[in-house]
Ligand binder design. Structure first.
Ligand code: SF4
Length: 471
């Protein structure tokens, strides 16, 4: 409850706990507990600090890793990479050294995608405000944190002041009740949500995922869901913390210990949404009715069940939606009314901050075990972090992937956005476990079908879009 007795949502409680200054009609100044950095959105911010003679206000609350431009082929020197990416990495190394910021560089066994590293090291904690110059910062909301992406100039503000000007978002409840059927995953939940509300459905809102199906998910599955909140137009997305959260966090490197843990737990247990709190919007889904999902178009809202048919523009009442669909189908070179299952593909990518954690790799490996990647397909498996990679090797997943003919890579963003040389050729189709299927996202002229690790692996085996339940 707030001091005036009004029931509040989790996001409202975190917001209230972090307001530094408020003025009517103006954005509020809020305190930031954790600032995550990487090589792409920080160079300009550090240059501004240097030019103005400013220091990083709280280097102890600022952490950097290398992910977007990093090569995933090898960590042996010399690294195979383009000069621009190499310069970005060197700049981050130099900036972190100069400003006293902890950096997980390519030599670190803790390097990885920023949204994988933060949670697995226990930096991401319930009740925090977390920012990063990356759209998918909402991933950290899985822990009951208010986490969102910021622009380059805001990265500079946070570095210099540890504060940020923000307007509060409206609370939007996405309740998923019931139980997922076999072969249906967290990725399918979020693709179904975005297909339902569209890419602008959550504008000005922060999603709170509730319901028995959400509560039953592991932390890694919750991260997959929160990760794609931005694709539904929301500023952030979160799940209120519970025992699953606390069990995941206990003992992690940066999680509180001893008496500090007990005190933190007492604070965290205050975070769940109060009985009677009011949401501005609500969507209710039944998990029992969900199917494995796949996108067919050029935004993450253009999704259907894998067993479904590509929509026809004539079925769209809204003229803008019809035009968008026509444009998307032209780019994707797909025929309306045809089934998605059976469509030939060229590449399968298992990776990205959406689906590159150990449970994702285990799910893909379970499909690949004893099977071969289709001779017409190239399959890349890219762990989200070196810790995930080590775990996968310890479990023998690397061998399963390699024996099947897949490439098992070093950690990084890789073909999620094709900044590091891992990319589609023009006209190629991929089934990708990443989060964006925009035109050219995985390489100029490349065409992306977003799906779960199960669907991706099954499609790698058959060479065509495949419902994993059919294998
Ligand atoms: S994996 Fe993709 S979405 Fe995630 S941080 Fe990297 S580039 Fe951004």
């Amino acid at each position: 409850m707030s001091t005036n007795g009004r029931p509040r949502t989790t996001a409202e409680k975190i917001w209230d706990n972090h307001v530094v200054a408020e003025r009517p009609g103006a954005p509020s100044l809020i305190y930031i507990d954790l600032h995550l950095c990487h090589e792409v959105t920080t160079p300009q911010a550090f240059s501004t600090l240097r030019a103005r003679g400013l220091k990083v206000r709280r280097p102890d609350l600022t952490v950097a890793t290398m992910d977007h431009s990093t090569p995933t082929t090898s960590r042996e020197l010399p690294l195979l990479m383009d000069p621009a990416g190499s310069a970005q990495l060197q700049q981050l190394e130099d900036n972190c050294k100069e400003f006293g910021i902890r950096l997980y560089n390519l030599k670190s066994d803790k390097q990885g995608i920023v949204h994988v590293v933060g949670p697995e090291l226990g930096m991401t904690q319930p009740g925090m405000t977390i920012v990063c110059g990356d759209s998918h910062t909402a991933t950290h909301g899985a822990f009951g944190a208010l986490a969102f992406g910021i622009g380059t100039s805001q990265v500079g503000h946070v570095l210099a002041t540890q504060c940020l000007l923000q307007v509060p978002s409206k609370p939007y409840e996405i309740r998923v009740d019931g139980a997922l059927r076999n072969g249906v995953t967290a990725k399918d939940i979020i693709l179904a949500v975005i297909a339902k509300i569209g890419i602008g459905g959550g504008t000005e809102c922060v999603f709170e995922y509730t319901g028995s199906a959400i509560r039953a998910l592991s932390m890694e599955e919750r991260m997959t869901i929160c990760n794609m909140s931005i694709e539904g137009g929301a500023r952030a997305g979160l799940v209120a913390p519970d025992d699953t959260t606390y069990q995941y966090m206990a003992g992690r490197e940066f999680a509180p210990k001893g008496a500090g843990w007990d005190a933190a737990l007492a604070r965290w247990k205050q975070l769940p949404t109060d009985e009677g709190a009011v949401y501005a919007k609500q969507l209710i889904l039944n998990a029992d009715q969900l199917e494995p999902m796949i996108t067919f178009g050029t935004n993450p809202g253009m999704g259907i069940p894998v067993s479904g048919k590509i929509p026809t523009p004539e079925s769209m009442v809204d003229l803008q939606a019809r035009a968008d669909l026509e444009k998307a189908l032209k780019y994707m070179d797909l025929q309306p009314g045809r089934p998605m299952a059976g469509h030939p593909i060229n590449v399968v990518f298992v990776g990205s901050c959406t689906n590159s954690r150990i449970s994702d790799l285990r799910a893909a490996a379970a499909i690949m075990k004893g099977r071969k990647v289709s001779p017409t397909v190239r399959m890349l498996v890219v762990p989200g972090s070196m810790q995930v990679r080590q775990q996968a090797v310890a479990e023998g997943l690397d061998k399963i992937f390699r024996d099947s003919g897949a490439e098992f890579r070093e950690a990084g963003c890789s073909m999620c956005l094709a900044m590091n040389g891992d990319q589609l050729e023009p006209g190629e189709y991929s089934v990708s476990t990443s989060n964006r299927n925009f035109e050219g996202r995985q390489g100029k002229g490349g065409r992306t079908f977003l799906a779960s690790p199960l669907t991706a692996a099954a499609s790698a085996v058959t060479g065509v879009v495949t419902d994993a339940r059919s294998l």
